[in-house]
Design a protein around this ligand. Structure first.
Ligand code: ZN
Length: 224
């Protein structure tokens, strides 16, 4: 728990990105190598059984007998990122334009309700001396999505990871997601999207680069 709580101060802004994107103060985000969660499946099963019972379910009914185990398996899967090697390469050709991966699908679990949120991530960076394989950008999203999350924190974690691994001239991350805790309960705004962004370096400070990144990432999904 302690390791996670230090991340909770990151403050990306919650509105569609604009020129006044604040400077992000990033505490040490979990590096992939330390990002290992211990899940006690036996305890999860026992707790799931208690939860079902508390919800008024007949946990001894045939149809529910395997449900605690299935719940434990499901949560374990949703909360365990696949380890991967963040291979980077020297930028030998001196590529100095934005690299953007658009509409990377993801799903995660909201830490406030343990309900899913899902959507797409747009990631861009302006290379300096290192570049990274495009498929790895999807893995980075996955790395931070398989966690009890809030969207704002996940956004800054991805940006911070790229900053640390690539030391690029700039980084931009935009997440658009629908939260089941908003769609299915409370205000019940079905289909409403929450947009978060983290812009750093020249993607934040250079007007042309920022415009280019935002133009590439704020197109409507059906335009992609
Ligand atoms: Zn929620």
């Amino acid at each position: 728990m302690g390791k996670r709580s230090e991340l909770s101060d990151a403050k990306p802004h919650m509105t569609p990105p604009g020129p006044q994107a604040p400077e992000l103060t990033l505490a040490a985000a979990s590096p992939s190598r330390d990002h290992i969660r211990q899940i006690d499946r036996t305890a999860v099963q026992a707790a799931a059984r208690e939860l079902l019972r508390a919800l008024g379910a007949n946990v001894d009914a045939e149809a529910l007998r395997e449900t605690p185990r299935r719940m434990a398996d499901a949560y374990a899967e949703l909360l365990t990122p696949q380890p991967f090697q963040a291979t980077t390469f020297p930028n030998d050709d001196g590529y100095d334009e934005l690299v953007v991966a658009r509409a990377i699908p993801f799903h995660s679990l909201c830490m406030h309700h343990l309900l899913p949120f899902h959507g797409v991530a747009h990631i861009g960076y302006l290379p300096e001396e290192r570049i990274i394989g495009l498929s790895k950008l999807g893995r980075v999203v996955e790395l931070f999505a398989r966690d009890l999350q809030i969207q704002e924190r996940m956004t800054t974690q991805i940006a911070d990871w790229l900053e640390r691994e690539l030391q690029p001239k700039g980084v931009g991350v935009v997440l658009e997601a629908e939260h089941m805790c908003m769609s299915l309960r409370g205000v019940q705004k079905f289909g409403a999207k929450t947009v978060t962004s983290a812009l750093q370096g020249l993607v934040r400070d250079d007007a042309r680069t920022r415009q280019e990144f935002l133009a590439l990432t704020t197109r409507r999904s059906h335009d992609q």
